[in-house]
Design a binder for this molecule. Structure first.
Ligand code: NAP
Ligand code: ZN
Ligand code: ZN
Length: 348
């Protein structure tokens, strides 16, 4: 076994604290790498506090992971020692179901093995995430990170990036469309960058008036403060597509009403409570309300390659791991510009 160190939540109520554990000895298909950076996703906080139920403790969160390969198994052809690699939300799936065969591993019919708060398929050992010094992952779930990208700023691409890129691609967002992004946090600011890169007219909907300048700098054409009724009213029935990244309960009908005929609202945020839908919000204009989960492995690689070609990365605030609990507090207050990333050199 490989000795590993990280920060873990021991239960839903305690702050994260230093934790020693073991990783599996790399098998023939495994890649071992030293973690350089790991982003802090709001999903880490939801799960560390057991807001979705069923959390496995102790839990080392983290699924926006970038590092350098230190060891490869005998069958590994995709990577060599020294390569810059990334791991996102999944470390394994069944590889045999229809979804897996279509490159939609995130919808594996037998359930994906997530990077943490999940169990390895054979051993049933709990998986542990990237707030740690070392990872061992099957090469099929490891991504190549373009060398021209700053690794700290690229880490959030592994979740916030692919989670926003995938629905924009699937719903074919393109030039000439009006696209709304609700919530300007980690996911939202990547949604703005991608929608803009795909040529859309981008409108940010924020519940605070404090992010207007940032939203415009990040690529938005317009910014609407969602508590301003006149501004909301002016957008009603005008959008082709809305990406909702909000982490807390909110009135979904206010955003469905923004769509024009046949428009789609796609939910990627995961508030811990149901979001009641008023039937007329959908029926009136034949609107669609859908959801989307991260993205497949090949699509994640395509997204990273796109980012390498276009210089797309996250706006990050790099912190030492000792500040992870403060970062969670600030994340809950919306006080982040626009992703916290842990520098793993700080993990002594
Ligand atoms: P984040 O950085 O905290 O951003 C969430 C944003 O939501 C905030 O910046 C804020 O934007 C808005 N917001 C927060 N509280 C609000 C409230 N009470 N009312 C209205 N708006 C509020 O979080 P994140 O990391 O981007 O994650 C967002 C959500 O996506 C989380 O629920 C996370 O679990 C989920 N997620 C889903 C997937 C997936 O595969 N579907 C993947 C990753 C994450 P404004 O201040 O601009 O309003
Ligand atoms: Zn995430
Ligand atoms: Zn499968």
């Amino acid at each position: 076994m490989i000795p590993a160190r990280g920060y873990a939540a021991q239960d839903a109520k305690s702050p994260l604290a230093p934790f020693h554990f073991e990783r599996r000895e790399p098998g023939p298909d495994d890649v071992q790498f030293d973690v350089q950076y790991c982003g802090i996703c709001h999903s880490d906080l939801h799960q560390a506090r057991d807001e979705w139920g069923g959390s496995i403790f102790p839990m080392v969160p983290g699924h926006e992971i970038i590092g350098r390969v230190t060891r490869v198994g005998a069958n590994v052809t995709k990577f060599k020692v020294g390569d810059s690699v990334g791991v996102g939300c999944m470390v394994d799936t069944c590889r045999a179901c229809k979804a897996c065969k279509q490159g939609l591993e995130q919808y594996c019919e037998r359930g994906a093995t997530y990077t943490y708060n999940s169990r390895e398929r054979e051993s049933q050992q709990p998986t542990q995430g990237g707030y740690s010094n070392v990872l061992v992952v099957d090469q099929a779930y490891v991504l190549r990170v373009p060398e021209n990208l700053d690794p700290a700023a690229a880490a959030p691409l592994l979740c916030a990036g692919i989670t926003t890129y995938s629905p924009l691609k699937h719903w074919n967002v393109k030039a000439g469309q009006r696209v709304g992004v609700v919530g300007l946090g980690g996911l939202g600011h990547m949604g703005v960058k991608f929608a803009r890169a795909f040529g859309a007219h981008v409108i940010v909907f924020s519940h605070t008036d404090k992010k207007k300048q940032d939203a415009l700098r990040l690529g938005a054409h317009e910014v609407v403060v969602s508590s301003n009724e006149a501004e909301m009213k002016a957008q009603e029935g005008t959008l082709d597509f809305v990406l909702d990244t909000v982490s807390a309960p909110h009135d979904i009908n206010a955003y469905l009403r923004l769509l024009r005929i046949d428009g789609s609202l796609v939910l990627v945020g995961v508030p811990e409570k149901p979001l009641p839908v008023q039937p007329f919000s959908l029926i009136g204009q034949r609107r669609s309300f859908s959801g989307s989960s991260i993205g497949g492995i090949q699509e994640t690689q395509d997204m990273l390659d796109f980012c390498g070609q276009h210089g797309v990365v996250s706006d990050v605030e790099v912190i030492p791991i000792q500040q992870v609990n403060d970062a969670y507090t600030r994340l809950l207050k919306g006080d982040v510009k626009y992703r916290f990333v842990i520098d793993m050199k700080s993990l002594k």
